[in-house]
Design a protein around this ligand. Structure first.
Ligand code: HOZ
Length: 426
């Protein structure tokens, strides 16, 4: 495939935008080469500036769960736009989306809309600190909760891909309040909690991790976290920016049968427009301004276009919950197909999957935490990524990301993907 125009556009973008992109993972630094510039997308396919058609496995990193340019969502946005795009005043549609989200997700009474997953997690931690009167938080190595200062401590996703898991610009003062544990290591959390007794406001976790590839929590680990948090008056924050409205109506809380104290959302809840949200029981949410003293605000929060996209998306998912089952089945089919091909190749690999999230790691070790994820062979990953790209398959351009399947993918697309891998020399 030829990517000449994409390369030319990238060269021009680099003159005016740092690194040519507005979010680092897009720059292909982990895999080499120039990024693909998208012209348009429909259903399961991306169409780039060179006229190539690509089967898409990132779905804008999650939001496009029903495929690109999904008509009910697009139409809702168009109709709303004709009536004004931002007011900085309350609108009825915010309550409609809030009501629907609260009805779908277990264990929450109220939700506050923001503009991104980063904002949601940052605000959730502030709320947890304000509610508990404590300062410290526990996060897990390789988990990524957006780019706010407290979270850029051994962060996953682009932060690890670009060698800044602890970013310059985060002050010592901020960093000292973020305690670091290993994913799936309950003993490590116990030790931290003991050493910082009475000082920890929250434990924040991606309940299914998606920023060091896809990693599944061991049952005793995730249940144990709930128990420790309850015993020690620590709030358990589930970062469901990836898993929310993707694993099922009720996200990871429902899938794992665990109640979190605060849940954060992004991606699917905005139907492809910039929306984040955080939610909890009323007792906790009432601490937020203007009801309570914990401040949080935003000119574009609850923006009517974003709310209309989110409402159209969640309405569809709420009315057709079989979509989640269909997505999980397609992901299982892909898993089995990739597995069959990779086995024949005789190279070490692992495939992790949960619902419609999946990732391939070229390592002998089971991938259960950041260390095992980082043990993957990046040269093999690069050959895999570029080999697939040349055959018109767009996978995440870093081993530290999950794939997100969209329901527009057909079994023929999945077969094309599996056959493409069969033809590669890794
Ligand atoms: N942080 C996102 C992946 N975990 C990437 C966002 C983007 O580049 O669009």
């Amino acid at each position: 495939m030829i990517y000449q125009r994409s390369s030319a556009l990238f060269a021009e973008a680099k003159q005016y935008i740092p690194g040519g992109v507005n979010s680092p993972v897009r720059a292909f630094k982990a895999v080499g080469g120039d990024p693909i510039f998208v012209k348009e997308a429909k259903g399961a396919y991306l169409y780039d500036e060179d006229g190539n058609r690509l089967i898409d496995y990132i779905a804008s990193w999650g939001p496009m769960i029903l495929g690109h340019a999904y008509e009910p969502v697009v139409n809702a946005v168009i109709e709303k736009a004709k009536k004004g795009t931002s007011f900085g005043m309350p609108t009825e549609i915010e309550t409609q989306l809030a009501k629907l989200a609260v009805s779908m997700v277990p264990n929450i009474d109220q939700i506050r809309f923001v503009n991104s997953g980063t904002e949601a997690c940052m605000s959730a931690v502030r709320l947890a600190r304000g509610y508990t009167g404590k300062d410290k938080i526990v996060k897990f190595a390789g988990c990524y909760h957006g780019h706010s200062d407290s979270f850029l401590i051994q962060a996953g996703s682009g932060a690890v891909t670009f060698g800044s898991p602890n970013s310059p610009g985060v002050t010592q003062g901020t960093a000292k309040d973020t305690l670091l544990a290993e994913y799936n290591d309950l003993e490590g959390v116990r030790t931290l909690v003991k050493a910082n007794k009475g000082e920890i406001a929250a434990v924040i976790i991606e309940p299914i991790a998606g920023n060091m590839g896809c990693i599944i929590p061991k049952e005793e680990f995730i249940n144990g976290l709930r128990t420790i948090c309850t015993e020690e008056n620590i709030l358990l924050i589930f970062d469901e920016v990836m898993t929310g409205f993707r694993l099922g109506k009720g996200g990871a809380q429902e899938a794992l049968n665990i109640d979190a104290d605060i849940v954060t959302f992004g991606k699917v809840i905005g139907g492809g427009l910039p929306v984040g949200a955080f939610a909890a029981k009323q007792e906790i949410m009432s601490h937020l301004a203007p009801e309570g003293p914990v401040y949080q605000a935003g000119t574009l929060s609850g923006n009517p276009l974003a709310m209309s996209a989110g409402l159209a998306m969640l309405t569809e998912l709420n009315e057709r919950p079989e979509i989640f089952e269909s997505l999980a089945k397609k992901t299982e089919y892909l898993h089995e197909g990739l597995d069959g091909v990779l086995q024949k190749k005789g190279i070490p690999y692992q495939i992790n999957r949960y619902g419609s999230m999946i990732s391939v790691h070229f390592t002998e070790q089971a991938v259960v935490d950041f260390k095992s994820s980082a043990s993957g062979n990046n040269d093999t990953f690069k050959r895999y990524f570029h080999g697939m790209l040349n055959k018109g398959i767009y996978m995440p351009p870093s081993a530290f990301e999950s794939y997100f399947l969209n329901n527009a993918l057909s079994y023929a697309d999945l077969d094309e993907t599996i056959t493409a891998l069969d033809g590669l020399v890794l």
